[in-house]
Each structure stands twice: as structure tokens, then as C-alpha cells.
Design a protein around this ligand. Structure first.
Ligand code: HEC
Length: 155
């Protein structure tokens, strides 16, 4: 490629990235104060709370912390849709509002996703190293969730 061609493509890419910023994408709102949050129920061990917070809360709570690059398209499209969909499926911030049957179902799914290694979404720990769960942490977290679910349902 000649220098002229390189300059052309560089300018074209910059222009393209600038143009896609004009495509609207709504960032789900952050709410800091969540009295119905799962972790505010008081009986959650520190290590479990820390793992859930670091590995899940950005997509599954109202307390999303958006890194600077998440405001830039096309990353913003991916992040906004993951957070929107993530919160719709499971929002730890609304925990105490759920019926007992919904809680039981949710806990079952949470433990399964963690055990199978499907959550957090594979792409997430690339930029959030603390979110990576080791095999041992997956075991600890999923069996704690199972026990917690059993206690809730009185088994
Ligand atoms: C990067 C965002 C992101 C992170 C981080 C994340 N999730 Fe998810 N999660 C999603 C999205 C998006 C969906 C819906 C699509 C799907 O099922 O793949 C989902 C779906 C789920 C579901 C399925 C809900 C249902 O009703 O089917 C569960 C359970 C879940 N996540 C648990 C977790 C847990 C537990 C963690 C932390 C260990 C976590 N997620 C981390 C984005 C995320």
C-alpha cells in the first residue's frame, strides 16, 4: 500500500467511526441507592458478595459502572444491549421485590450459569480481569447459591 492509500484508509476509518457516533443508542440508567438489593439482605458472606459484585453486577444490577470506552460506538451498542438484556433477565437490585417462586427459579439459573462457565459473558473478563472466576471460585459461588436456595425453600 502506498502512503497515499494508507492515508486515505486512515481518514476513511476515522470518518466512519465519527459518523457511527451519530446513531443513537440508549445507555441504561444508573441507580445508586437500591434498598431491595440482593447484597443488602445482610446474610451474604463477604467473598460471595465480592464475586457477585465484580463478576455480575455491571450487567445484572442498577449499579452499572460504565468505563469511558463504553460511550463510544460500536462498543456502546454492545454494552448498552448487554446491560439492558442482562437487567431484564436478572436484576439483583430488585431482589427483595421478587416472589419466593421467582427467587427460587432465579437462584437455580444463577448456580447453573456459574457452574457451566457461561456467566459472566465470555467477552466481559477481557476488559474486567477481576470478573474472571476460577474453577474454585465457581464451585464456591455455585454451592453457596444452592445452599442459600435450599434455606429459602425450607429444605
Ligand atoms: C457483560 C454483561 C454480563 C455479565 C458481566 C453477566 N451477565 Fe448474565 N446475562 C447477560 C445477558 C446479556 C444475558 C441474557 C442473554 C443470555 O442468556 O446469554 C444474561 C443472562 C443471565 C442469566 C439467565 C437468565 C434467564 O432468565 O435466562 C443468568 C442466570 C445470569 N445471566 C447470571 C449471571 C451471573 C451469575 C453473572 C456473574 C457471575 C453474570 N450473569 C454476569 C449479561 C451479563
Amino acid at each position: 500500500m502506498s502512503n497515499k492509500t494508507k492515508r486515505f484508509w486512515f481518514a476513511a476509518i476515522i470518518f466512519f467511526v465519527m459518523v457511527i457516533q451519530l446513531i443513537p443508542s440508549e445507555q441504561p440508567k444508573v441507580i445508586k441507592n437500591n434498598p431491595d438489593d440482593f447484597l443488602s439482605t445482610g446474610n451474604i458472606p463477604k467473598d460471595v458478595a465480592k464475586m457477585l459484585h465484580e463478576s455480575c453486577y455491571n450487567c445484572h444490577s442498577n449499579e452499572t459502572v460504565y468505563p469511558w470506552y463504553s460511550a463510544i460506538a460500536p462498543v456502546s451498542w454492545l454494552v448498552n444491549s448487554d446491560v439492558k438484556e442482562g437487567r431484564e433477565k436478572l436484576n439483583f437490585s430488585n431482589w427483595t421485590q421478587l416472589k419466593a417462586s421467582k427467587k427460587a427459579k432465579s437462584l437455580d439459573k444463577i448456580a447453573k450459569e456459574i457452574r457451566k462457565g457461561e456467566m459472566p459473558l465470555f467477552i466481559y473478563p477481557i476488559m474486567h480481569k477481576n470478573a474472571r472466576l476460577s474453577q474454585q471460585n465457581r464451585k464456591r459461588l455455585s454451592s453457596w447459591i444452592d445452599n442459600f436456595a435450599n434455606k429459602l425453600s425450607g429444605i
